[in-house]
Structures are given as structure tokens and as C-alpha cells.
Design a protein around this ligand. Structure first.
Ligand code: GLN
Length: 487
């Protein structure tokens, strides 16, 4: 038994302890594994805990620390969402289709964190193939919200977000196609950031909707988000959509200074049906920004109401193409007792995919089929351009825009499973950032009905530093990030 208290422990605080030799990476990792042992039965944040790998990597990290070869995340234990591939370690996407899939190589983010000397604790649960907003679409089991075990953690990165909130890791990586980092961050009371499309390599991220997917950090504070982004951002020749740019030190953006910062509040983001507690927390957060010297003004992004429809044409269309590879031949689940090739293909997909994945494949195939392509897919792409242009226009006047992350706090398990549209509406405030390819962050921004509320900041493409600076200044001026679940 270790006496090390890891509650609320951030990566930067762990770094100081490790560097001062107050604790070794092995001790820190053991303490986190102990915590996992205490709470994981209740939270179910993991698809798999990789205890032996973690202890091995921690021992290696201790050697690196002893030799003075230290990077900011060396020896710090973390979780990867189980759609980021890990060489020799199952990567399931929380799907029967990939339940026994052991990748032969690492994703670029896996490799980069490995090179930093990070410690992999395990793979986080998700909605199957990242399709969902509650982690209830996992083929294995739902993850529970550490603030209230009867409620969802959000999704699809519900496992990684809940693991951070429950102190089952120091930080984690999620992926965000329409909100899957920011919405669970909001519902679990942690920080979650979706970078600009192309800032983080998607190589080895199992593809859902390739023009929208982006990997980003889930952390206990904004400084950690900057530190983790430093480690994973940057050009990758293996991903043709990754941007070739000089990665700045994002922690240098955390100045605490908002004087002269122009912030817009787009009125379309205060939607019908938004919970009053969410709206009032957001209004309060905006006052905090004003108090810090920012100028805040109402603005408009008029095409916002179309974002959900655009997303639910484009994302399923890309998904239907991306998921065509699961044919039971190359890898993954494969039905053997079939009469013909077609029978094998049908049965493999029938048993390998859950209902939401099938729904997306059908929606996407329909939208792309001859005769419907122009009416749906092409039109959605045109509206996507409008949405992107509206953001560009707003960012010629404002440095950033702010709004709630999710229209509601964490809801009860099962509450939205019978009605897909109710589930889809969770991401109504996050999807526009994916459609436009711009960065967005959710930071703890209040408590409503005893549950966390997320405050969202979006910036222009490549505006990570602005978004982080505002998020950090807000965080430092408030106490919300210090509130933790009493699990
Ligand atoms: N909830 C949205 C969906 O189901 C977004 C998911 C995501 O960002 N991966 O598609």
C-alpha cells in the first residue's frame, strides 16, 4: 500500500514530485493502479487495464529520470481511448468487430507519448466506433459518471473523461468528431480540448469520419491540456491531412492576461431546451471574462441551426465508407459458418456491429447513393462551407467565441437510448467546431443540480494559443476545476 495521495493530481504537479524524487514513476503508477482497483468496478472507464505494461514503462521512465533524460510527461500515467491503436495491445473501439484485434503498429499519438516516456495504464471505453454521446453504445458496458453513478459520463470519450474525473489516471487522450472530447469533459467536470483539424496526426486513430475526427487531451486543468498538446501536436508524414507547422510551446500562452481580448457570444448557441442552470452558469462565466479585462459582445453565426443536419449527413457518409473495410476477411471479427462469400460478409457485419453503427452505415450509404448524393451529401458540403465562412467572418472581429459546451448536465443512464435524435442533440453546441475545423475547449464552468457544467471557448483555425489563454485565465479566476466528485 502506498500513502501517496493522487486525488486531483495534475501532470505538472506529478512532474515536480518526480523531479524532486519525492516519488518514483513506479510508485506513482502503483498508486494510480490502486485507485483503479478501488473505483473501477463502479465507474467502468476502461476496456482494458494494462497493468504489466504500465509497471514496465514506469520502471523505464524511472531510469530515464535517473539519467536526466526527462520530458514533461516522462513517468506520468495516462489512458488512451480505445480507438487509438497500440502495438501488441488490443484496440477494440468498444466493438465486437474489433474485440480481438491486436494492432501490429502504434498510432502516431501512441508513439509520441511513448517517446515522451509516458506510462500507458490502459484503454478507455467509448461508444462503439466513437458513435454516441453517452458511452452507452459500447458493445461491452456503459461507463458511469463519477459524480453520480446513475448518470452517463457523456461520450463518445466517456471512459477517458471519467478516468480523469475519478483519478484513475493523470490525463487521457480522446477523439472528437462532433464533440466527443468536449461533451464528456463537460459532463465529468474536466478539461477537454479539440485542436484545429490537422494539428494532431490521425494516423492510427480508427477512422470514423475522416474530415471531422481529431485527437485531443482530457485533463484536470488547462496547463495540463497545453502540456499534453505540446507532446502530441505536429506534422506527420503518415497523415496527409496533418498540418506542417512549427509547434509552439503552448504553455507560454497561459499568461493570465485578457486585456484587449475581444470575445463574441453567438446568440444562436442559447438554444431552446437548454437547461436554465447551464444558461445561467454560462452567463456568469462571461461576466468573469469581462472582469478579467476582455471585451464581450453579442454576435451571430446564423447557420448554426443547420450544423446538426450537416453533421448527420457528412459523418455517416464518411463512416459508411470507412467501415466498409470490416468485411471479416482482412482483420477483426469473422463469421466462419457461412454458405458463400456474401453470406459471410453479411453475417460478419450483422453480428460484429451494434445498432447505432448499423444506423450510421445505412444513413451514410443512403445519402451517398445515386440520385440522393446531390440532394443530401453535396448540399451538406455547401452548408459546411457557409458555416466555415461565418466563423471566419466572426473571427475577423473577435479573438474567440464562447458558449456552453452541452445544453444539459449529465443525464441518467438509459434516458436517451430510445430516441436517437435526443441523443444527437447533445452535440448541437460542439459540432460546428468540427464542421469548420476550428479548435474548441471545454473547461469546468459551474455546478447545476450538483453536477458539472462545461464552458466552451472556440477560436479561429490554428488559434490554440488564444483558446488556451482564455481558458486558463478563466480557470485561474474561478474555483470550478477544484471541485471533484466524492466517489
Ligand atoms: N455524438 C456525436 C456522434 O455520435 C459525436 C461523436 C464524436 O465526436 N465521436 O457522432
Amino acid at each position: 500500500m502506498t500513502s501517496l495521495d493522487i486525488k486531483g493530481l495534475t501532470a505538472h504537479a506529478a512532474r515536480e514530485m518526480l523531479d524532486r524524487k519525492e516519488v518514483s514513476s513506479v510508485e506513482l503508477t502503483q498508486a494510480v493502479l490502486e485507485r483503479i482497483g478501488q473505483v473501477e468496478d463502479k465507474v467502468k472507464a476502461f476496456v482494458r487495464v494494462t497493468e504489466a505494461t504500465a509497471l514496465e514503462q514506469a520502471a523505464e521512465a524511472d531510469e530515464r529520470i535517473a539519467s536526466g533524460d526527462v520530458r514533461p510527461l516522462t513517468g506520468v500515467p495516462m489512458v488512451l481511448k480505445d480507438n487509438m491503436i497500440t502495438k501488441g495491445i488490443n484496440t477494440t473501439c468498444s466493438s465486437r468487430m474489433l474485440e480481438n484485434f491486436v494492432p501490429p503498429y502504434d498510432a502516431t499519438v501512441t508513439r509520441r507519448l511513448r517517446e515522451e516516456g509516458a506510462v500507458l495504464l490502459g484503454k478507455g471505453n467509448l461508444d462503439e466506433f466513437a458513435m454516441g454521446s453517452s458511452t452507452e453504445n459500447s458493445a461491452f458496458y456503459p461507463t458511469r459518471n463519477p459524480w453520480d453513478l446513475g448518470r452517463v459520463p457523456g461520450g463518445s470519450s466517456g471512459g477517458p473523461a471519467a478516468a480523469v474525473a475519478a483519478d484513475e489516471c493523470i490525463y487521457s487522450l480522446g477523439s472528437d468528431t462532433g464533440g466527443s472530447i468536449r461533451q464528456p469533459a463537460s459532463l465529468c467536470g474536466v478539461v477537454g480540448m479539440k485542436p484545429t483539424y490537422g494539428v494532431v496526426s490521425r494516423y492510427g486513430l480508427v477512422a470514423f469520419a475522416s474530415s471531422l475526427d481529431q485527437i485531443g487531451p482530457l485533463t484536470k486543468d488547462v496547463e495540463d491540456a497545453a502540456i499534453v498538446l505540446n507532446a502530441i501536436a505536429g506534422h506527420d508524414p503518415c497523415d496527409s491531412t496533418s498540418i506542417d507547422f512549427e509547434v509552439p510551446d503552448y504553455t507560454r500562452a497561459l499568461t493570465g492576461d485578457l486585456t484587449g481580448t475581444r470575445i463574441g457570444v453567438p446568440r444562436e448557441y442559447f438554444v431552446d431546451g437548454m437547461e436554465p442552470g447551464v444558461e445561467s452558469a454560462t452567463r456568469d462565466a462571461i461576466k468573469v471574462l469581462e472582469g478579467l479585462g476582455a471585451t464581450v459582445e453579442e454576435t451571430s453565426l446564423p447557420s448554426t441551426p443547420y450544423a446538426l443536419a450537416v453533421y448527420y449527413i457528412i459523418a455517416p457518409s464518411e463512416a459508411s465508407a470507412n467501415l466498409a473495410r470490416y468485411d471479416g476477411v482482412k482483420y477483426g471479427f469473422s463469421v466462419q459458418d457461412a454458405d458463400s462469400m456474401w453470406d459471410a460478409l453479411e453475417k460478419t457485419r450483422q453480428f460484429g456491429f451494434g445498432p447505432e453503427v448499423k444506423r450510421r452505415v445505412m444513413l451514410g450509404t443512403y445519402a451517398l447513393s445515386a440520385g440522393y448524393y446531390d440532394a443530401y451529401y453535396l448540399k451538406a458540403q455547401r452548408v459546411r462551407t457557409l458555416i466555415r465562412q461565418e466563423f471566419q467572418k466572426v473571427f475577423s472581429t473577435f479573438d474567440a467565441v464562447v458558449m456552453p459546451t452541452s445544453p444539459s448536465v449529465a443525464f441518467k443512464l438509459g434516458a436517451k437510448m430510445a430516441d436517437p435524435v435526443q441523443m444527437y442533440l447533445n452535440d448541437i453546441l460542439t459540432m460546428p467546431a468540427n464542421i469548420a475545423g476550428i479548435p474548441g475547449i471545454s473547461v469546468p464552468g459551474g455546478i447545476s443540480e450538483g453536477l458539472p457544467v462545461g464552458f466552451q471557448i472556440m477560436g479561429p483555425a490554428m488559434g490554440e494559443e488564444t483558446v488556451l489563454r482564455i481558458a486558463h485565465a478563466y480557470e485561474q479566476a474561478t474555483d470550478w476545476h477544484n471541485m471533484v466528485p466524492s466517489l
